[in-house]
Write a protein that binds this ligand. Structure first.
Ligand code: 8GP
Length: 797
């Protein structure tokens, strides 16, 4: 990057304010200053970005493209400054102008392009790819409203459009109209024989969408490497205006890039999702193939220069779309196109829940992407032909792409690619042994594990500056660029002075969070209490409800004996429920009403507080994670693919309270059994119940009076204003046999929570464990994870 001094930054910053806003610094608002600084950063990185792109083109470097329906970058200002190595310099320059960098940070809005772990992982990878110097670009959708903005009204989740995108665009992006491409949907396709006997598709009555890319630079850490995240927006091409004569027609098109995961309860909603997926995939692939074609190399060898990653099943149409381009536009034979396509494509599975593995009705598919439907049909025929007679027919029936009038997107991704990976050791084992075992029989060589990781710079240096400063003092600054150096902290685990220093940092972070809660909800929180946190998507398998049941138990204990002293606790929840997920929304209502009940009950003497943090997102996570004492990772064993908040909490010195699920197991291996608190059934115990069909929640309920009293609290009026929600939950637990085994795990969970309460009383012992976690968190850096993808899956390093 160009050499910068404080003086130059000051001069450039003032100039930007003049040029863009016709304003002097003293009069500028935080928004204006933020925009001016962000534009300046874009200017500073441009030479690196252009050089890196030219280098890739000139040296014909193999490049990976990470296709994902979600990205969850959060704010970018601090990360960009940090990665450019100018954080302190800019902070000082602004200070000279009487400007606090943090005011500019506050002015930035989170890019609302994602939902949960899947999207956040994609963004961690976007940070790590340039950091390891790998040519790896993102490809996604520029949603105008993203998921939704969560408001809590009378305890209920209300979903509002998240208008995160300013009308004049996102300051980090650059619109590239010259790189727009057309995407065709609907209509009819006929295969017409050509003179040479080949069949060529002829389209009729199609609708043409104009896909316009917006590029966002992704800056590597201190290495002058800049990659790109390309987000596609839809426009109506002037040439085809007549196809969209009414305002309603135009709105339907604009909807394609309006929201993430449109409600799929209706056929219209389903169509919209399918169009989104094809839109992103087709626009991305057309561009990629075009730039490969410019190299002048044979199309049949595109896999030598291009890797396309299918992040979860949403981009699975990449397989037939690449086939379409190669066959229809570049005249490759089916076999040749198939051989290269399967080497280009790779797929990550992020969930074992069968309802989350996408399936599309063939009718809908055929209506919206008729040519892709034909190609998928051929992929299916070829697959059946290849395996017929070689394996049992039943296996073919279970693995083919088209089954009972539905297109199975996971099957398409597996058959159409060369690699399938899970995201934690246990998860990959479960894919192999259970969820995808038929595929493992057919293609054992495709399966591999890539345990998730996190962009640790954001989750330590940015989110937790006080801890970072303390680490600098104790172990030197090397950990900032090589996070494995955190292990140097091992030498100080038993040093009471240092333990105390870490304790103080944690308390200060807890105070910051407490201040936020006071400001936003008016609740006073005692920071000497244990801050016990569960933040993640709201889902039955993640068992927020088990956490709630423990809180009810504590509440009942304190009501029974008003003189009882427990170690004070504040329970934090942050979670969005999918708009159509009734049960999850009921849990949110229960949490809020329980919070209301507890927080206003003076007889509890401030020993118990419950906080539901509205609109959980990346920025809020940066406030919450450094303040946590306890990290709740309590999913039913075998259900959480990996989890990544568990890694963020660990890095920030929280003690994990966990089932042996997902990456919790690898955290346990890293810190040792004494430095994590494990409870409940393991995956084998859960699977034994499945095999024996012997789980009986009613029996547990009937035989455990303590537990029965907790469960009955959902319906006996203990929690006000939750009549229907309470019955719904009671039914799920008792009438419907407690699908996620909360009742079976309850006693052990309560016992381990009691153990945590005892442990917290010994501050030194607690801090030693917390520091042990920090010291061993280096292994969960996404820099390492992505390096394995780059080497072992994509072959780009
Ligand atoms: C999540 C998994 O639930 C989590 O365990 C894992 O750490 C993360 O992916 C990254 O691998 N999955 C999702 O976020 C997910 O399936 N989202 C659905 C809406 C598509």
């Amino acid at each position: 990057m160009i050499h910068l001094t404080k003086e130059k930054i000051i001069e450039d910053f003032k100039m930007r304010l003049h040029e863009d806003f016709m304003i002097q610094n003293a009069e500028a608002t935080a928004d204006e200053r933020f925009i001016a600084l962000a534009k300046l950063i874009k200017c500073y990185v441009m030479p690196d970005w252009l050089r890196h792109r030219d280098e890739i083109v000139k040296e014909q470097k193999k490049t990976a493209y990470y296709f994902s329906i979600e990205f969850l970058p959060g704010k970018m200002l601090q990360t960009n400054l940090l990665n450019l190595g100018i954080y302190d310099l800019v902070q000082e320059a602004l200070a000279d102008l009487d400007v606090d960098l943090m005011d500019l940070v506050a002015a930035e809005r989170d890019m609302a392009l994602g939902n949960g772990g899947l999207g956040r992982l994609a963004s961690c990878f976007m940070d790590s790819l340039p950091t390891i110097g790998a040519p790896g670009f993102g490809n996604g959708i520029r949603y105008k409203y993203g998921l939704f903005k969560q408001k809590i009204v009378n305890g209920y989740q209300v979903e509002l459009p998240d208008a995160w995108l300013p009308s004049d665009g996102n300051v980090w992006e650059t619109k590239k109209p010259h790189a727009a491409v057309d995407v065709k949907i609907y209509g009819n396709v006929y295969l017409v024989p050509q003179e040479n006997g080949d069949l060529k598709p002829v389209y009729e009555n199609v609708k043409t969408l104009h896909a316009v890319p917006y590029d966002i630079t992704q800056i590597g850490f201190n290495n002058n490497v800049v990659n790109n995240l390309r987000l596609w927006d839809v426009e109506i091409p002037e040439k085809y205006e007549l196809d969209y004569p009414t305002l309603a027609d135009r709105r339907r098109i604009e909807d394609i890039t309006s929201v993430l995961y449109p409600d799929d309860a209706t056929r219209e909603g389903k169509s919209l999702r399918l169009i989104q997926e094809y839109f992103m995939v087709s626009a991305g692939l057309q561009t990629i193939v075009k730039s490969y074609a410019k190299m002048g190399l044979p199309m049949a060898q595109i896999h030598e220069k291009v890797a396309v990653h299918i992040n979860d099943t949403h981009p699975a149409m990449a397989v037939p779309e690449l086939m379409r381009i190669l066959i229809d536009d570049y005249n490759l034979e089916w076999e040749v196109a198939w051989a290269t396509t399967t080497q280009v494509m790779s797929y990550t599975n992020h969930t074992v829940l069968s309802e989350a593995l996408e399936k599309w009705d063939a009718d809908l598919f055929k209506e919206i992407v008729p040519r892709i439907y034909q190609i998928v049909g051929e992929i299916d025929r070829q697959f059946v032909k290849t395996w017929a007679g070689k394996v049992e027919a039943a296996i073919i029936d279970r693995t083919r792409v088209i089954q009972n009038g539905q297109i199975h997107m996971a099957n398409l991704s597996i058959i159409g690619g060369h690699s399938v990976n899970g995201v934690a050791k246990l998860h990959t084992e479960l894919l192999i042994e259970d969820v995808l075992k038929d595929f493992y029989l057919l293609y054992p060589e495709k399966f591999n594990n890539k345990t998730n990781g996190i962009a640790q710079r954001r989750w330590s240096q940015i989110a937790n500056p006080d801890m970072s400063a303390l680490l600098d003092k104790q172990i030197g600054k090397g950990w900032r660029s090589n996070v494995h150096e955190l292990s140097k902290l091992e030498a100080f685990l038993d040093d009471p002075t240092i333990q105390h220093d870490f304790y103080q940092v944690k308390q200060a972070n807890k105070q910051r969070l407490a201040d936020y809660v006071k400001k936003t909800q008016g609740i006073d929180l005692p920071i000497h209490a244990i801050f016990d946190v569960q933040v993640k998507r709201l889902h039955a398998y993640k068992r927020q409800l088990l956490n709630v049941m423990h809180i009810i138990k504590l509440y009942q204990d304190l009501k029974d004996d008003p003189t009882l002293d427990i170690t004070p606790r504040v329970f934090f929840f942050g979670a969005k429920a999918a708009p159509g997920y009734h049960f999850a929304k009921s849990v949110i209502k229960i949490i809020n009403e329980l919070a209301n009940l507890i927080n206003h009950d003076e007889s509890l003497r401030n020993q118990l507080k419950v906080v539901f943090l509205e609109n959980y997102n990346v920025s809020l996570a940066e406030l919450i994670v450094p303040a946590a004492d306890v990290s709740e990772q309590i999913s039913t064993a075998g259900k959480e693919a990996s989890g990544t908040s568990n890694m963020k909490f660990m890095l920030n010195g929280a003690i994990t309270l966990a089932t042996l699920d997902g990456a919790n197991i690898e955290i346990k291996d890293a810190v040792g059994e004494d430095n994590i608190v494990i409870f409940g059934m393991d995956k084998d115990a859960v699977y034994d119940h499945y095999a024996r069909h012997d789980y009986n929640s009613r029996q547990i309920y009937d035989n455990n009076p303590r537990l029965k009293r907790v469960v009955d609290a959902f319906t006996d009026g203990t929690i006000p204003n939750t009549h229907y929600e309470g019955y719904e939950i009671w039914d799920a637990l008792i009438s419907y046999n407690d699908e996620y085994f909360l009742l079976e795990d309850f006693d052990d969970y309560v016992a381990k929570q009691a153990y945590i309460s005892e442990l917290y009383k010994d501050k030194n012992a607690w801090q030693a464990k917390a520091m042990k976690n920090i010291a061993n968190s280096g292994r969960f850096t996404s820099d390492d994870t992505i390096e394995l993808y780059a080497r072992e899956i994509w072959g780009i390093l």
